[in-house]
Design a protein. Structure first.
Length: 122
């Protein structure tokens, strides 16, 4: 793709105005490898919908209550959401995941990951 032309200065302050889509095309040229990573690595999702869905509940919680009262409360909420979402994505029982020690959860995740690696390699 040929390089995009730089806009001419009009004597006004600020960023010069560009035609529709120009900034998007420039950004896609700059970040081409990251944008097309899903072609090379099938573990990379095509869209970021899942990440946006994961953040939505936290944003709703913040919007409804106005904010978190303490930093510790916000951290605890984020830890709980992380455990619940990970359990849901791994098809685990959420209540069991919340009642299991973090060390045991990490051990189980490592075991599952090793089983997946062995099945791919073998």
């Amino acid at each position: 793709m040929p390089p995009l032309a730089r806009p001419t200065k009009t004597g006004k302050r600020g960023r010069p105005k560009r035609r529709t889509g120009h900034n998007l095309a420039r950004r896609m040229q700059t970040h081409k490898a990251a944008i097309l990573l899903f072609f090379d690595d099938l573990n990379v999702p095509f869209t970021n919908n899942e990440a946006e869905r994961d953040l939505r509940m936290t944003k709703v919680r913040q919007k409804v209550s106005g904010s978190f009262r303490t930093e510790t409360g916000a951290e605890n909420y984020c830890i709980l959401r992380t455990v619940v979402e990970t359990a849901r994505k791994q098809s685990w029982d959420v209540l069991r995941a919340l009642s299991t020690s973090p060390v045991q959860l990490v051990r189980e995740l490592n075991t599952l990951h090793q089983i997946q690696l062995d099945s791919v390699a073998g």
